[in-house]
Design a protein around this ligand. Structure first.
Ligand SMILES: Cc1ncc(COP(=O)(O)O)c(C=O)c1O
Length: 450
């Protein structure tokens, strides 16, 4: 009997060759662990709209979309034009330019909490600065993060990401690094209030994604966010939303606009850079002003955030500005369309599994979705830890992913993000592929694998 691995390998011999070269020179053959899956990942040649093509000539509908970045699809005309125009003016200067100010002004206009903006090169940097700024501003040390939450690989928050949460996430970080980072259970009011209470005297801030990427894009409840908002206010701590994925995605103004809760600080990335490296820390003027080089204070009173040779790189600024302007101008059209497409894909994918009697749960919000395979019937998924504890993550990450690739659809975490480039016909193809995969999973022996 041939396995889905064999089917994949038969179609991807050039990728297999490239992977052999890659793993000889890069650990695991990759530069980001999420790009790896067994037996080897495929290598890409080009991308346009909703589609990608690998080095063997296979085409796929892409749902990963550059780590959820390409809300307008791959290689959109407005981004290409903006970069070409910027190329005529210069590549990288490390000197201020007007577009940078326009970009910051636009971010301020769109994101409710953004009174000031500091740009950087990645979401990881943004969350690192957010933690530092919260501690420096409040003069307190403890940061609470969600159990299972991912905020990039910065040292302060590389804790409690994978189960078992209480074990070190990685060798190389002295235990002292996490002495002041503690975990709260997402969407669990009582459990979270208990931890807040235990740490109330030294609480600098709480950081969370209102729509966790590691949590099936299942949103925080309004009561949960309201409780975090009022508890942080009461204790003089900062509420930090990590909107690296949800910013400009679940609404133009991100989850904070959608849910009507304004945090003190927000980290942004992905969509904001139009497909080029980007991050930003935005928030209340009173807090961000403390980082200004204009402050006439002793060095130990000025909060150091930033650095970054390539922060506000002209290509990123040009591309980011073009995308944000477009999103703003077309918001009334774009967000309802994305919402409807997301709803449709979630319902239809769920239905494909139901038909075959496979235990699967499709979760998400707006244009984001994931598919999970619960280890038993009737489980409730409402947080990263419920997904880690109650579902077969390996089945999702390896079997479902590879089977979907063999049917021409590239999923991440069992789903991904829809863009303005995904048409109704593309959604039909995604659903059709899922139906075929569900059939195979229900009856691997009777399927084409034999
Ligand atoms: C919620 C969240 N925060 C932060 C990051 C880190 O961003 P970057 O990969 O740009 O460093 C990510 C990346 O996936 C993310 O999903």
């Amino acid at each position: 009997m041939k396995s889905f691995f064999d089917v994949y390998q038969r179609k991807t011999s050039e990728s297999e060759k490239l992977f052999k070269r890659a793993r000889d020179v890069m650990p695991g053959g990759v530069s980001h662990n999420i790009h790896y899956f067994p037996p080897y990942p495929f290598f890409l040649k080009k991308a346009k709209g909703p589609r990608i093509w690998d080095v063997d000539g296979n085409g796929y509908i892409d749902l990963w979309m550059g780590h959820y970045t390409h809300i307008l699809g791959h290689h959109p005309e407005i981004v290409v034009e903006a970069i070409e125009k910027q190329l005529e003016e210069g590549i990288h200067w490390g000197i201020l330019f007007e577009k940078q100010v326009e970009w910051a002004e636009l971010v301020r206009e769109l994101i409710p909490c953004a009174e000031m903006v500091r740009f950087c090169c990645s979401g990881t940097e943004a969350t690192m600065y957010a933690v530092r700024l919260a501690r420096a501003f409040t003069g307190k040390k403890i940061i609470l993060k969600i159990a299972g939450g991912w905020h990039g690989a910065n040292s302060d928050l590389s804790f409690g990401i994978k189960m078992p949460y209480e074990k070190e996430e990685t060798p190389g970080l002295p235990p002292e690094v996490h002495r002041y980072t503690k975990l709260i259970p997402f969407n669990d009011l009582g459990g979270t209030m208990e931890v807040i209470d235990q740490n109330r005297d030294d609480l600098a801030g709480i950081i969370l994604e209102p729509v966790p990427g590691e949590g099936g894009f299942i949103p925080a409840t309004t009561e949960y966010l309201e409780m975090l908002r009022s508890e942080t206010e009461r204790l003089g701590a900062l509420l930090i939303f990590d909107e690296v994925i949800s910013g400009f995605r679940v609404a133009l103004g991100g989850a904070q606009e959608r849910f009507g809760i304004t945090p003190d600080l927000t980290t942004l990335g992905k969509i904001m850079g139009g497909g080029l490296p980007v991050g930003a820390l935005v928030g209340r003027r009173e807090i961000l002003e403390k980082t200004s080089p204009e402050r006439k204070v002793d060095k130990w009173e000025r909060i150091l955030i930033g650095g970054g040779t390539f922060s506000s790189h002209p290509f990123t600024v040009a591309a980011g500005l073009a995308v944000l302007r477009y999103l703003k101008e077309e918001a009334e059209q774009i967000y309802p369309i994305l919402e409807a497409r997301g709803q449709k894909v979630r319902e239809r994918v769920q239905e494909s599994f139901r038909r075959e009697g496979i235990e699967a749960l499709v979760t998400g919000i707006g244009s984001l979705f994931q598919t999970h395979f619960p280890s038993q019937k009737g489980v409730m998924l409402d947080s990263p830890h419920s997904i880690h504890r109650l579902t077969d993550v390996e089945k999702r990450e390896i079997e479902f992913r590879i089977r979907m690739l063999t049917k021409g659809v590239h999923v991440m975490h069992g789903g991904g993000s829809l863009s303005m480039a995904h048409s109704d016909k593309d959604i039909e193809e995604i659903v059709q592929a899922t139906r075929e995969v569900a059939k195979e999973m229900a009856d691997p022996v009777g399927s084409s694998e034999v």
